[in-house]
Design a protein around this ligand. Sequence first.
Ligand code: BGC
Length: 255
Amino acid sequence: MIRAGVDIGGTGIKSALVDTRTGELTTPRLRTPTPAHSTPEAVCAVVAEQVRELMDTHHGEGTVGIGIPAVVQHGVIQTAAHLDASWVGVDAEGVLSRAVGRDIVLLNDADLAGVAETRLGVAKDTPGVILMLTLGTGIGSAMFVDGVLVPNLELGHIEIRGKAGESRAAASVRERKELSWSDWIERLNEYLDRIEQLVWPDVIVLGGGITRKSEKFADQLVTRAELRIAALRNHAGIVGGALLAADHDRAASAG
Ligand code: BGC
């Protein structure tokens, strides 16, 4: 089944059609910078425009799967670390669905990336406790136990040296503060150590755009858990969205 996945990020909004059997993108990836004033209206307009292109130009169909960098409880946004504060309390499933004119499924962005990596990526067929960490504008986290997701885990906000962990160790911090690789790796190791004092995964999967450069840092990271670099790289959120959209449509047609 081919379905559309959309990944709303703090920096860019990305989408594509995806072959949900393989995780391959079947269209070029669309990318628009996240509006500076990232209100629900502004973000919905970008998502609607991208979905229109995927459906009209590339003949996509069905439900659209969308990831957003926030806690999503029953379709409602509860936090907005990287989006305008006016998102909090919004029925995002409702507003996004009306904006794109179709059914949508909505999940936290890291949860979606984890769905993709555990089903089609580097943690496929891996039993036990898997922790997905996405290193991007912030740090996203998602935990799976034998493939079952515990949604809305917010480990990016664990406090280290009086600050949210993500504001010390996210990939964006390395760029913004012009940290050397070794300084950033030190921060990331401190972050990983703190996480592993609190949760005990068997495998940690690191994702996000920075994993394109994993040769610069992966072998210098120290973890108790087995460390794997995401296979779907920065597409995992899009792929996860498409997978959930396909699940939704299959369930609807079955019954
Ligand atoms: C947000 C998470 C999100 C992560 C990555 C964090 O600041 O609180 O919900 O998954 O950033 O985008």
